[in-house]
Design a protein around this ligand. Structure first.
Ligand SMILES: C[S@@+](CC[C@H](N)C(=O)[O-])C[C@H]1O[C@@H](n2cnc3c(N)ncnc32)[C@H](O)[C@@H]1O
Length: 177
């Protein structure tokens, strides 16, 4: 199954380009997170880079959310060591209740209602453990203000592409010792 034939839920005309995936890989925390969640994992293009990076991580807990059941089945068989939830990612805290160290999101944010998007972004912030990192890949340039508002001090990288890719990276501070 391809992204383009499901464009109204995937928000993607093709899979994420390799140069963007490689850049995402470089943004991953150097020390291995204990618990990762990925929202809108698709067929596992980003998942693959994360698993490669933490290949020694036998203790790695990885929950992936994917609403498309065909993609979810494919994802689970490609990555048997992760837990795939064929579930709406907006309400991920109903499934993953503990704080997590790394949240990766490549959901089509502009396809969500404003109410769902606000809830999702707040859930991401609230669920992030101190010292944790959030990585958001998106196309909708007009959402930059909204995202910067939730994740102040985030770093944003633009990739020339049609449509453009934007990558937001946000790190939460560790509490003062
Ligand atoms: C832009 S694609 C990204 C796929 C892959 N992660 C990549 O970077 O190439 C977005 C993915 O999010 C999934 N998706 C869309 N809305 C969703 C939702 N509410 N909950 C979970 N997954 C969703 C789509 O089915 C699609 O696989």
């Amino acid at each position: 199954m391809k992204y383009l034939s499901n464009i109204f839920t995937t928000g993607a005309v093709s899979q994420t380009p390799l140069r963007v995936l490689r850049y995402i890989q470089k943004q991953l925390p150097k020390s291995q997170p204990q618990h990762i969640i990925e929202l809108g994992a698709g067929r596992g293009e980003i998942t693959q880079k994360v698993i490669e990076t933490y290949s020694n991580g036998s203790q790695l807990k990885f929950d992936a959310f994917e609403i498309n059941s065909t993609f979810a089945t494919e994802l689970q068989s490609s990555f048997p060591g992760i837990i795939v939830h064929n579930h709406d990612a907006v309400s991920f805290p109903s499934i993953v209740k503990n704080p997590v160290d790394l949240i990766i999101c490549s959901l089509p944010l502009s396809f969500l209602s404003k109410k769902d998007r606000t809830l999702l972004l707040q859930n991401m912030r609230n669920q992030l453990a101190p010292g944790g990192e959030i990585i958001i890949l998106f196309h909708a340039v007009w959402l930059l203000w909204e995202l910067n508002h939730t994740f102040s001090d985030a770093k944003v990288k633009w990739f020339r592409h049609f449509p453009p890719y934007l990558l937001l990276t946000y790190s939460s501070n560790l509490p003062d010792q």
